[in-house]
Design a protein around this ligand. Structure first.
Ligand SMILES: Nc1ncnc2c1ncn2[C@@H]1O[C@H](COP(=O)(O)OP(=O)(O)OP(=O)(O)O)[C@@H](O)[C@H]1O
Ligand SMILES: [Mg+2]
Length: 325
């Protein structure tokens, strides 16, 4: 099985360069089927994103890859081995940041990270460098329990990276981070990727997944609803282009009556015209009001996600109508 590969793997065909191979994996909690027959492969060196609504099964799936949970059925292969039962040969090669991380108490940030480093046979220098990488240099002498939420999250990420693992699992690493810290972490993750590491991560930030991931899987109710590069997913989607203009420029009725406009809403002081023919709409707008202050937004991964997870024309629409009244 060494022929050239396309982006999609045929089921049950294992790529020679696969870091993770998951086949028909299922996990049930009581009568709730949390993961319902997932098959996917993550390539070595790939930045792979797992997306999906709360409760979709992302953490459960990641924990089965990490060897923290056992699949009810199906197979999980990580770096050519089974992570379950707890595989000590695999542990030093994996970096794991779980959604709820535990820390050594009554230690400073630096002591904590040095302790973690020592457990993996890494040195104090590795700990200090990683602490700086995640921007915690200034907090190195702060007790772990006194770190802010975002600082604790950074320490959890540092704990996953300190021993230089080749396969890194991060479960919502940027959830509690401020915008600058989030961008700083992107840089850290991009460097890891360019050093050849494989990264599997979950996020609810779709702009971030679009910026970072080679491929994403969108999980819905325990199944893979889509799996491809963000670029392919966005170009294949039928999501509309949005043309935004200052709300006082046109009435909602005038906008809705324009040829090519499929839907009109008001959002954040802008009139938003959804269209599949933005060229035509822009031309008409130019003739009507001029194009000063007009913005165009093409489809994003968020549009694809909302389409797939079925949350699209719900609350937002009601909210718009309310504002209009
Ligand atoms: N230990 C558990 N016992 C029982 N049910 C669980 C357990 N862990 C998760 N579940 C349930 O399984 C489903 C999937 O949970 P999971 O944590 O994998 O979702 P998730 O996609 O990571 O969600 P989030 O985005 O909120 O982190 C949820 O309905 C959750 O309530
Ligand atoms: Mg989760």
């Amino acid at each position: 099985m060494s022929e050239a590969r396309s982006t999609a793997f045929a089921p049950h065909e294992e790529a020679a360069d696969a870091a993770i191979v998951i086949e028909e994996v299922r996990k049930r909690y009581g009568d709730h089927q949390a993961v319902d027959g997932v098959s996917l492969q993550v390539r070595r060196g790939e930045f792979f994103g797992l997306l999906g609504p709360n409760g979709a099964g992302k953490t459960t799936l990641v924990e089965m890859m990490e060897g923290l949970r056992r699949a009810d059925s199906g197979t999980v292969t990580v770096l050519g081995q089974s992570p379950w039962p707890r595989n000590v040969a695999l542990l030093p090669r994996l970096g794991v940041q779980t959604q709820t991380s535990a820390f050594f108490v009554r230690q400073t940030a630096r002591e904590h990270l040095r302790t973690v480093a020592a457990l993996y046979g890494a040195g104090r220098d590795d700990a200090d460098r990683t602490l700086a990488d995640v921007g915690l240099d200034g907090q190195r002498d702060v007790m772990v329990e006194n770190l802010s939420g975002g600082q604790r999250q950074r320490l959890a990420i540092a704990s996953a990276l300190v021993h230089g693992p080749e396969l890194i699992f991060l479960d919502e690493p940027t959830a509690a981070l401020d915008p600058q810290a989030r961008r700083d972490l992107w840089d850290v993750l991009r460097e890891l990727k360019s050093a050849g590491r494989t990264i599997v991560y979950t996020t609810h930030h779709l702009d971030e997944a679009e910026a970072l991931c080679d491929r994403v899987a969108i999980l819905v109710a325990g199944s893979v609803a889509a799996l491809d590069s963000p670029h392919h997913l966005v170009s294949a989607a039928a999501a509309p282009t949005r043309v935004l203009l200052p709300v006082e420029r046109l009435s909602r009725e005038e906008a809705a009556a324009m040829a090519g406009v499929d839907r009109v809403t008001v959002q954040g002081g802008s009139l938003v015209l959804e269209t599949a023919t933005s060229g035509k709409v822009l031309q008409a707008l130019d003739a009507l009001t001029g194009l000063d202050g007009v913005q165009t937004r093409t489809a994003t991964l968020e549009d694809v996600y909302l389409e797939l997870t079925g949350a699209r024309h719900g609350d937002q629409h009601d909210h718009d109508t309310e504002r209009q009244a």
